[in-house]
Each structure stands twice: as structure tokens, then as C-alpha cells.
Ligand binder design. Structure first.
Ligand code: ADP
Length: 628
């Protein structure tokens, strides 16, 4: 249970239903006893004054009053005990016994003063036997049956023998019946057999009901446990599925499982590349020494072999199971029982998952089913994370490869460009017009190749994280101003108006980054705006700051981007058809690089555009808090 605030209601329900029943019955008995006391008084009055029977009215009234008096005391005592939380069942049991003792005493006196064996009040004992059977144990019911026989029989025999004075109710029954042996024997026989039959029937029914109730309670507890587990399972499934990081998936899985099963520890071992060993991939609740004890070698480990073949294995007591590879270590760790299931992959087994308990024979069939369910779910998450890891590794390899190739290409291409420039500059002798034309085209191609190489290098460098430089606070406004300066001339050449608007708060926006990366982002966006905006257009850069973020926009009145292309813009090498048709130069890598950089700094990039009207790229970057 979470927290310490336990409600009153919870405590009341901390007693078992049978105990609750006992407490409720006591209050109920006190309620009906008022009527019993009043009944004795009323019956005495009716018998004496209306039926005009001769009977000892004073002792009978005294009994009635005594019943009312001790009932009042019982009422007060019960109310006090009810106020004590948590309720102590023992005190209620004692109170029940006290009530019954007093009732029985009152009953015996009532019978004596109303004619002994001739009294019709002896039938009232039957209620008391039934009550004892319901409230107390079966054994107590038989004891009370015997006691009632003893009391009624004893009174009858003592009166018969003259050892106890007989009180006659004159006018009710023929006098002297109590001295009539067949009558006394008959009454005692039927009385005795009836009380025992009542005890037998009531006690039998009550104990059957109690057994049922216990079953229902147990079922309720099991359901509650199952519900608790499902909840933890759901939470851990969510936790597991919320990440693709393999180690995180494994760690969350073992911790969630140990908590859900309420066991000491849980572990996951995965098969190594050779498929011969099971290596610890994640553990929860075990000591470092235990973790480092070694791999499970399939050849030497029959238990692991069984599990990998698909069997769920329960070890009830690690001390006497020969299948364990490390029984001594397990015992030293305080582990007594284990439950192991396979992690079944889509095509081949991945490894195994094990729950550890400090109790002998802890694991039930329910536990086995539960752990298998988790393992099946978990296998999926593990495989997904593994696939993601592999993809990440491939991407990294690809980036490294691109980086290497482009790096190798860079110097020959720049050599080719400078050689071609030497020729077009006339340093290698005069060229015919045709030759100049051809060489210029070659130079253009070489320039494009150079841009492509630079972009590819940027892209690969960003991805491989090889060239991550130290980050430092970079002023966005200063960076934009440098870019504006850089593009003044190209903009003028196309008669494009280049505007820069910065809110005062935006001026102070500092981003923790490298100046090169911020330059690259701005350069890509502004160069695109100028490149894709026809003559006489306008390019505006705005910067403002809000809610811990810098909001940067590059707005142009250019060719726009078709709707269907907008979702592909940030893919590597993608160029929209209208851009391809109107602007020859372009690699389709600039925006991919830009998006990579922006996300790496915790920001986002978005685009809004209409063909023929213009485009707005919006970048949001988190700013340093203390930049004011
Ligand atoms: P490149 O400009 O080298 O083609 P980018 O990755 O920078 O590559 O841009 C990808 C594509 O996005 C461009 O080819 C073009 O179709 C579109 N694009 C980017 N910026 C603009 C813009 N300001 N106006 C219109 N289209 C743009």
C-alpha cells in the first residue's frame, strides 16, 4: 500500500468477514436482549394479573430486571470496544462468552422459578444452542448442548429428589408432574436429543458457510493480487515500450517483474553470438558478486538447456537441485527458489528470464504463467530494441563510410578545380572559344561536386558525432547578422530585399552550441531563401524569444513548395520538382543537415509554404536560462 494514510474503512475491513460477523452479532444480540428482559417482565405480569396464575412474581421480575441491567452494561462495554481501532478480536470473543454465560444463568433461574421441568421456558434453550453454534465454534455448540442438558436435567433431578425446592406455577400444569418419572424422563430425553440435533445442524451449516466464506475471501485476495500484478505489468509494459534503448528495456523489464511478483530479484540472460553461452544482460535485486559469477554455459547446464528448449522450470529449493550450475553462490546470496522461463524470439530463442525468491517453494503455477506472459511481451520489446540498435550501428557505419570517401574525394576535386581555373584564367595558354566553353562547363561540374562533398561531409559529421566540438554560448542575433552580411551581395544581384528584424529580447538569446553549427543552420536556410526567390522578391529573417526558446523565422516570397513535397523536405537528397525545374544547383542535403543539427540542440524545425507565394522556415531552439 502506498503512503501511510490508512483510512478508517480499511482498518475495519482488516478483520476477516467471520470476525466482522461476530462483532455485528454481538450488537444484534444486545438489541434483542432488551426485548427478552421486557418479555420476562410482561409475561410475569400477564400470568399473574390477567391469567391469575400463582407464581413467584418477585424473583421472576427480578430476573427480567437483571437481564435489562446486564444488557445495559454489555451495551456500554461493546460501544467502548468498537471505538478501539484496530479492533482486537479476542476482546469481542470474551464479551460473547460473557454474554452467553449471563444469559444461561438467567435462563436457568427463569426455568427454576417458572416450574423447573414443567416450565415451557425450557424451550428457550433451543435459541441459545442455535446462537452458540452460529457465534462460536462447532465444539462450543456441543459443549453448550451438554451444558443445557446438565442444567435442565440437574434442576429436574434435584427438584425430583427434593434437594432443590420446586416452584409450582399454580393453574398452568397439573401439580406434581415434576415427580412423575415417565414425564421427567420423557421431557429430558426429548430436550437432550433436540438440543444436540440443533447443535449438529446449526454448527454444520455454520462451519460450511465459514469454509465457503474463507474460499471467497481467498479468491478475493487472489483476484486482488492478480489485479495488482496486471497493473504493474501494464505500467512496466508502458515503461518498456516507451524506449528503444536495449539496456533500458532490459532494466525496466527486470525491475517491473520483480516488483509485480513481489520477489527478491529478477534477471535476464541473453545468448551470446556463439549461441553457447548465456550472458547476464540485466539484473535487479542481486549483489554485484552474484552477477559476476559467470556465464551460463549451455553444454554444462542442463537447466538452461531445458529452459532454452521451451520448458518453464521451477526450482523449489536450490540446495537440493543438481541441475544448477552455481548452487553454492545462489545459497550464499540467500536465494532459495527460482523460476525460469525462455525469452522466445521471433525466429530463435533470445535467452532466459529468471525470478528469485528467498523462500523455499515460493513459486506457484500462477507465477509461472505470469512470468511466461511477461517474457513473451518482453521478447518483443527486446527484439525491437535490438533491431533499432542494429539500425543505429548500420547508420553509424554508413556515415563513417561516407565521411571517409568524401574526405578522400575532397582534395582531388579541389585540385581539379584549381587546375581548371588555371586553364580558364589563361595561364596555360590561349584557348579557343569552344575550349573555354567546355572547360567552363567542366569547372561548373567540379564546383557542384565540391558543394556535394562539403554537404556530405557536414551530414556525415553530424550523424557520426565524431566531430562534436565543445559547445559554448552562441548569440543567435550575432550569427544572423553575419549571415545577412554574407548574403547581401548575392541578394542585391537578384534585386532581392534582405530584411532582418530582431525583438529586443531576441537579441539576448544565447544557445549552447558550436558557432559552426549555428552558422550552418542559418546559412542553409538563408541561402535556400535567396536561391529559391526570383528577382525583385524579399527575404526576411526574424528572431524573438519566448518561454525559454528562441524563435527564428526565414520568410521568403519565392517559388514555394508543393504540399506533397513538404513531408519529404528533410530527407537526404530530396528536391521538390519545382525547385529541380527552376534551380539547377542543389544537392538536397542542406535541410537534412539543418534538421539534424536543430534536433541535436534540442530544437525543432517546421515549414509553411504555398507554391508561387513563398515559404517560411521556423526554427525553435532552447536558450540558456541566464542569458538576459
Ligand atoms: P537543395 O537546396 O540543395 O536542393 P535543401 O536540402 O536545402 O537542398 O532543400 C531541399 C529542397 O527543399 C529543395 O530542393 C527545395 O525543393 C526545397 N526548398 C528548400 N528551401 C526552399 C525555399 N526557401 N523555397 C522553396 N523551396 C525550398
Amino acid at each position: 500500500m502506498a503512503g501511510v494514510a490508512i483510512s478508517h474503512d480499511t482498518i475495519q475491513r482488516a478483520n476477516t468477514p467471520v470476525e466482522e460477523e461476530l462483532i455485528a452479532s454481538e450488537a444484534w444480540l444486545i438489541r434483542i436482549r432488551w426485548w427478552a428482559g421486557l418479555g420476562v417482565l410482561a409475561a410475569t405480569g400477564v400470568a399473574a394479573f390477567i391469567l391469575r396464575l400463582t407464581l413467584p412474581a418477585v424473583p421472576l421480575c427480578a430476573i427480567g430486571l437483571a437481564i435489562l441491567a446486564y444488557n445495559a452494561i454489555l451495551y456500554v462495554v461493546l460501544q467502548r470496544r468498537l471505538r478501539v481501532i484496530p479492533r482486537v478480536v479476542k476482546t469481542f470473543e470474551r464479551l460473547a462468552q460473557l454474554q452467553m454465560g449471563l444469559d444461561w444463568l438467567a435462563m436457568t433461574l427463569l426455568i427454576h422459578f417458572s416450574g423447573g421441568v414443567e416450565s415451557p421456558a425450557i424451550l428457550y434453550f433451543f435459541f441459545h444452542i442455535a446462537l452458540a453454534s452460529i457465534l462460536l465454534s462447532s465444539r462450543a455448540a456441543y459443549w453448550f448442548a451438554a451444558l443445557s442438558t446438565l442444567l435442565v436435567g440437574g434442576t429436574a433431578l434435584l427438584e425430583y429428589g427434593g434437594l432443590l425446592p420446586h416452584v409450582s406455577v399454580m393453574g398452568f400444569a397439573p401439580p406434581g408432574l415434576y415427580r412423575h418419572p415417565p414425564y421427567v424422563a420423557g421431557v429430558l430425553f426429548f430436550f437432550t436429543s433436540t438440543v444436540f440435533v440443533i447443535a449438529y445442524l446449526a454448527a454444520g451449516t455454520t462451519s460450511r458457510m465459514r469454509r465457503r466464506q474463507a474460499q471467497v475471501v481467498e479468491l478475493g485476495q487472489r483476484l486482488q493480487r492478480a489485479y495488482g500484478r496486471l497493473q504493474v505489468l501494464y505500467e512496466s509494459a508502458q515503461a518498456v515500450n516507451s524506449t528503444l534503448d536495449l539496456q533500458q528495456v532490459l532494466d525496466r523489464l527486470v525491475q517491473g517483474t520483480a516488483e509485480a511478483m513481489g520477489v527478491r530479484a529478477c534477471s535476464i540472460r541473453l545468448l551470446d553470438e556463439t549461441g553457447a553461452r548465456l550472458r547476464v544482460a540485466s539484473m535487479y535485486g542481486l549483489s554485484q558478486a552474484y552477477v559476476q559469477k559467470g556465464d551460463l554455459i549451455l553444454e554444462r547446464n542442463p537447466l538452461a538447456r531445458e529452459v532454452m528448449a521451451g520448458k518453464t522450470v521451477v526450482i523449489g529449493d536450490v540446495r537440493n537441485d543438481t541441475r544448477l550450475q552455481y548452487p553454492v553462490e545462489a545459497e550464499a546470496e540467500g536465494i532459495r527458489s527460482m523460476l525460469t522461463v525462455r525469452l522466445r524470439g521471433k525466429s530463435a530463442p533470445l535467452g532466459l528470464m529468471r525470478a528469485y525468491s528467498t523462500e523455499v517453494d515460493h513459486f506457484s503455477e500462477d507465477d509461472a504463467t505470469f512470468l511466461s506472459a511477461i517474457a513473451n511481451q518482453g521478447s518483443l520489446a527486446i527484439e525491437n530494441a535490438m533491431a533499432y540498435q542494429t539500425l543505429g550501428r548500420l547508420d553509424e557505419m554508413k556515415s563513417k563510410f561516407v565521411l571517409m570517401v568524401t574526405h578522400e574525394l575532397r582534395s582531388p576535386v579541389s585540385v581539379v578545380r584549381s587546375l581548371l581555373r588555371t586553364i580558364t584564367g589563361g595561364y596555360a595558354g590561349a584557348l579557343s572559344d569552344q575550349q573555354t566553353e567546355i572547360i567552363s562547363r567542366a569547372l561548373q561540374r567540379a564546383d557542384y561536386l565540391q558543394t556535394l562533398i562539403d554537404d556530405l561531409l557536414d551530414l556525415a559529421a553530424g550523424k557520426s558525432e565524431i566531430s562534436q566540438k565543445e559547445r559554448s554560448p552562441v548569440s543567435l542575433a550575432d550569427a544572423v547578422e553575419r549571415i545577412i552580411k554574407r548574403f547581401e551581395v548575392p541578394a542585391q544581384e537578384k534585386n532581392i530585399q534582405l530584411e532582418w528584424r530582431c525583438e529586443s529580447a531576441g537579441r539576448s538569446a544565447m544557445v549552447l552550441a558550436t558557432a559552426e553549427d549555428i552558422d550552418r543552420v542559418l546559412n542553409n536556410l538563408v541561402s535556400n531563401a535567396v536561391k529559391y526567390t526570383p528577382s525583385d522578391g524579399k527575404v526576411t529573417v526574424t528572431l524573438r524569444r519566448a518561454g525559454g526558446y528562441a524563435h527564428l523565422k526565414v520568410i521568403d516570397t519565392g517559388i514555394g513548395i508543393p504540399d506533397e513535397s513538404q513531408s519529404h523536405l528533410f530527407e537526404e537528397f530530396y528536391r521538390a520538382p519545382n525547385a529541380k525545374a527552376q534551380v539547377k544547383e542543389g544537392t538536397g542535403l542542406g535541410l537534412a543537415i539543418t534538421r539534424d543539427l536543430v534536433t541535436r540542440y534540442g530544437g525543432r524545425i517546421g515549414v509553411e509554404s504555398k507554391v508561387g507565394e513563398g515559404t517560411t522556415f521556423a526554427v525553435i531552439l532552447p536558450v540558456l536560462r541566464n542569458s538576459s
